[in-house]
Ligand binder design. Sequence first.
Ligand code: MLT
Length: 335
Amino acid sequence: MYFNKMMAGIGVCSLGLASSAVFSADFNMRLSHGDNESNPTHHAAVKFQELVQEYSEGRIDVSIYPSNQLGDEQEVAQSMRMGTIESAIVYTGNLVPLAPSAGVLMLPYAFTSSEEAWAAMDALQEPLNERISNEAGVRAVGLLEKGFRVLTTSDKPVRTLDDLQGQNIRVSPNKIAIDTFSAWGIEPTPMAWAEVFSALQQGVIDGQENPYTTAISSNFYEVQDYITEIHYMMWTGPLLVSERFYQGLPEDLQAAINRAGIEAANYERELSARLTEEAKDELVELGMELLGPPEDEAEWQEKARAIWPEFYADIGGEEWALEAQRIMQEAIENQ
Ligand code: MLT
């Protein structure tokens, strides 16, 4: 506990945040994420921080570490299993290598709108938690969504599958993203998130895929020219708490964290819908060309959907994959 408090104190001071509560709180949580402070992920982190402090009546203090300060998303997810980092927001694609069952949220073209994703995620949260807790020693106290992932490229606009050929596209290091791009005819480059901007800048890769808001917050408009709205997958990401840390809390503080997690996720979902629209306008002003969906979108969809069953073994097995699809479909129909 002392070490935990001391580390949180150092982090809070180095970020220049108010530190008065740190040494009086009973528990300190470091919350890591991979985006900078203008990204919706960070807004969710700040909301969670405020709500945890409110609902725990100051007994839990949360200090936030944006921009991969505590390590890349996959390293941080590992550290949470050990209990050496208490919480993080991690893109599902970066969690899947540790917690395969979360991959059900990534089946390409599973959602056609944010509303569908919200309904599906809410219905899935409890059964998913049981599984990822066993797989990776983490629990999702909220499930965030930042809109569809869109493709950015530099010199060459991608309007069709033919245009994609020969492009070196970075994807998050997980099988679903890699195999989906393979189904579209290219071998993508899996790469840690923290390395993407400089790889784009140096021309090591030609493009990447992430939500519109990330193209703004990560300054991709400086090194990318075009956006194709492939929207094959949503950016979903759990607000994770280390199971070891969570189990060490009294019940009333566990309840405070659960409540804060759900409310922070709801806040972020609404906010990112608005910020996505603003980001599109801003990206055009900053010189990017928005190409809309691919002209041959049906073909992209058909090729990606055809390989769903190939993912089942890597996302927790066929039984879970089908059960999760049933839960999500039912929630979407009843929304
Ligand atoms: C990724 O592409 O690795 C993630 O979408 C980055 C993020 O967490 O925003």
